[in-house]
Design a protein around this ligand. Structure first.
Ligand SMILES: [Zn+2]
Length: 369
């Protein structure tokens, strides 16, 4: 198999696990966080800056690249790795999440989804076959199966119908997959219904995917419900494949996800909030536009090894935000991503040294949501 998960150590007290993910562009340590590069760029950062902070895999969005500049163009440019000059891992989503979020702007059929481009209003179509073909054009190490993300709340009949279709679409994705040098993950759905989650986990696990993602969580449900469904779902997933919880990226959810056996996460959260002036720290979040930082000459977080904290003060960063200087976005993006990547490394170390439960307890005790 072109993508292979190697389990290194399981925590004795929780579901947490440390492992290695072997891909065509390197072997990466799990649990991991994947920065999101929606438009073939992690906003405001260069690949070198991402290498320096220890990023391993970045995520790119098929929906956006499909509409602009087009996946044929990227294939002709030498595929996504060469186009964006990123030599490590790339995972692409299927575009499903974005087209299903369009509401009245899209029509779902068994064949696929018809929708209007947000760029020019043109009629577009995505299906399992179209999505996999687009992702093979991009040449991502890991393509994602085309699924339907069930909104929250959803009634049982809708969730059942949708989950069954996601299973049928998963088979079509497997059949559409032609590149033996690239891998693909399946996606478990089922909404907030345990019997549907179990059926979906069994259906998707029975297909020859290289890893399994848990979709349809972190879609507006309370955290306790998300953790409950997640814990239940991972019980039905095989031990020998990577597990990826989609769209989750706040530190509290990362710890709780790792504790339930998740290996991979992605989220726009750290980069998006950076552009709003929010710095992520162990105690929670800091609004860097706040007046209390006006004469604060400490780094964003004491002890942080990122370039921003090694170099600049809170007062300077606040000044940049107040002056609407672009450097503010870059500096806080660098810090937020470094913070999360280091946080994942710390969790991995804790699992390897049999201290994950202490790590989790200490972190949650000091963290304000
Ligand atoms: Zn920092």
């Amino acid at each position: 198999m072109v993508i292979r998960y190697e389990l290194i150590k399981e925590d004795k007290h929780t579901g947490a696990r440390a492992g290695l993910l072997h891909t065509p562009h390197g072997t990466f340590k799990t649990p991991m966080f994947m920065p999101v590069g929606t438009q073939a760029t992690v906003k405001t950062l260069t690949p070198n800056e991402l290498y320096e902070m220890g990023a391993q895999i970045v995520l790119s969005n098929t929906y956006h690249l499909f509409l602009r500049p087009g996946t044929d163009l990227i294939r002709d440019a030498g595929e996504l790795h060469r186009f964006m000059r990123w030599d490590k891992g790339i995972l692409t989503d299927s575009g499903g999440f974005q087209v299903f979020s369009l509401g009245a702007m899209r029509k779902i059929t068994e064949e696929g989804v018809y929708f209007r481009s947000f760029l020019d209003g043109s009629k577009q179509f995505l299906s399992p076959e179209v999505s996999i073909h687009a992702q093979e054009n991009l040449g991502s190490d890991i393509a994602m199966a085309f699924d339907e993300c069930i909104p929250y709340p959803a009634d049982y009949e809708y969730a059942k119908h949708s989950t069954e279709r996601t299973s049928r679409w998963a088979e079509r994705c497997i059949n559409a997959h032609t590149r033996t040098d690239r891998g693909m993950f399946g996606i478990v759905q089922g909404g907030m219904y345990k019997d549907l989650r179990k059926q979906s986990a069994l259906d998707i696990s029975s297909l020859p995917f290289d890893g399994l993602a848990i979709g349809g969580l972190s879609v507006g449900e309370p955290h306790d419900l998300m953790y409950d469904i997640l814990e239940y779902t991972t019980e039905w997933l095989p031990q020998d494949k990577a597990r990826y919880l989609m769209g989750v990226g706040t530190p509290d959810c990362l710890v709780e996800g790792v504790a339930r056996g998740v290996d991979m996460f992605d989220c726009v959260f750290p980069t998006r909030v950076a552009r709003n002036g929010m710095a992520m720290v162990h105690s929670g979040r800091m609004n860097m536009k706040n007046k209390k930082y006006e004469r604060d000459f400490a780094p964003l977080e004491e002890g942080c090894g990122c370039y921003t904290c090694q170099t600049f003060t809170r007062a300077y960063i606040r000044h940049l935000y107040k002056s609407e200087e672009l450097l503010a976005f870059r500096l806080v993006t660098i810090h937020n991503l470094y913070f999360l990547l280091q946080f994942m490394r710390d969790m991995r170390e804790a699992i390897l040294s049999d201290s994950f439960s202490d790590f989790r307890e200490n972190f949650m005790a000091g963290y304000v949501k």
